[in-house]
Design a protein around this ligand. Structure first.
Ligand SMILES: C[S@@+](CC[C@H](N)C(=O)[O-])C[C@H]1O[C@@H](n2cnc3c(N)ncnc32)[C@H](O)[C@@H]1O
Length: 372
């Protein structure tokens, strides 16, 4: 119970009881779906029994697969026909299932002609295999960075149905649209929160969906793990009207020079980029434009570049284990880089070399938003 507000529950307690995240409850409040009817003296959300009852109803519809907008219609208007909604939902699911059957038929046909590996082999040989190995360390530091998420969600425009490719644990899934996730790594799929969007085991290069089955397709920090990035992006283009991708510009050596970690401690990072498609090729595959994404100094998502103004973070093993670069360069390079950095931090050499960074709030380190 929240102090000073009788018979009310705190947001944390409601989240715990309902088995959803606090972030979800905040979002439901922001969009007016489930508004706590009171606030504590300190301004915290306080849920009364009818609020909790409404939340229960919302979550029941969510489990049936309704989108948040449809749920809002259902719970706000008692005259709305829930059965008609359910009918529409089942038709949509039937269409998706039919699309998957078509994709599997295609795969079987190709296999009969001896031109492809089995889907299972495909899923274990490339990026997914890596994430099955390192993925359990991912959630320690990898989470939504709200300022970058806002850019992605803005770029999705008015898309109602969104396919999230290489979705991982779902950090960048917009909470207010109907999301379908695609993620080939079983370890990553298993770590998705209980209330996350439904997730299909598949690869970007062969999406099991009909042409134009989504309003938008998005991919965040995953394209560089794909066996064939261009093929994957073309697939996204095929299945959606709009495509939104956050990736890295590997063809900009000046950009690489700007990031002291790769430049001064981990030159092996450049080797990982060999053979990567250029930004122009990636953009061309979806027929769109590219914009820089600046990394805030206090970035909440611990990707490789995230701690550019907090160098001590890279000394932390859990920070490194959540970023594939460190596994891919191998233990020797990793140890050498960490030892060098530790030494330079203690002698003040790092601060001397990177003094200018301390005055910056954001950095341009090669991240790009592609929109088509
Ligand atoms: C760095 S994680 C990013 C996850 C998520 N998008 C995020 O931002 O939190 C990269 C993800 O790409 C997935 N991946 C690897 N190969 C893939 C492929 N061929 N198609 C789709 N996803 C793939 C990995 O399994 C992993 O979950």
């Amino acid at each position: 119970m929240v102090e000073g507000v009788e018979e009310h529950l705190s947001v944390g307690r409601v989240a715990e009881l309902a088995g959803v995240s606090v972030r979800t409850l905040h979002h439901y409040d922001e969009i007016g779906l489930v508004r706590p009817s009171a606030r504590t003296a300190a301004g915290y959300r306080a849920y009364a029994a009818p609020d909790v009852e409404r939340l229960r109803e919302v979550l029941a519809y969510r489990r049936l697969g309704f989108g948040l907008r449809e749920i809002a219609d259902l719970v706000d208007d008692p005259a709305t026909d829930a059965v008609a909604h359910l009918h529409r939902l089942l038709l949509r699911q039937r269409d998706h299932a039919a699309a998957m059957v078509t994709a599997i038929d295609r795969e079987l046909e190709a296999r009969a002609m001896g031109i492809r590996t089995t889907p299972e082999e495909q899923l274990t040989m490339f990026g997914a295999k890596l994430y099955d190995a390192i993925g359990s360390a991912y959630p320690a530091t990898r989470r939504t960075e709200p300022r970058i998420a806002a850019r992605v969600w803005d770029a999705l425009g008015d898309a109602r149905t969104v396919l999230n490719v290489g979705a991982g644990t779902g950090s960048y899934e917009p909470p207010d649209r109907e999301v379908t996730a695609v993620e080939p790594s079983a370890v990553m799929r298993a770590q998705r929160p209980a209330d996350a969007a439904p997730c299909v085991a598949a690869e970007a290069e062969s999406l099991p969906f009909e042409d134009r089955s989504f309003d938008a397709a998005m991919a965040f920090s995953t394209v560089h793990h794909w066996r064939d990035p261009i093929a994957g992006l073309r697939e996204m283009r095929r299945v959606a009207r709009r495509v939104v991708v956050v990736t890295y510009d590997a063809g900009d050596p000046a950009g690489r020079e700007r990031f002291w970690l790769a430049r001064d401690y981990l030159p092996e990072f450049a080797d990982l980029l060999v053979g990567w498609p250029s930004l122009a090729d990636l953009t061309h595959a979806i027929g769109g434009r590219a914009e820089p994404v600046l990394v805030p100094w206090d970035c909440a998502d611990g990707f490789f570049e995230a701690y550019w103004r907090r160098p001590e973070a890279y000394l932390d093993e859990s920070v490194r284990r959540a970023v594939s670069v460190w596994t891919r360069v191998g233990p020797e390079a990793e140890q050498r880089a960490v030892t060098g950095l530790r030494e330079d931090l203690s002698t003040g050499r790092w601060a001397e070399r990177n003094r200018d960074l301390l005055a910056l709030d954001t950095a341009e380190l090669g991240l790009r938003l592609l929109v088509a």
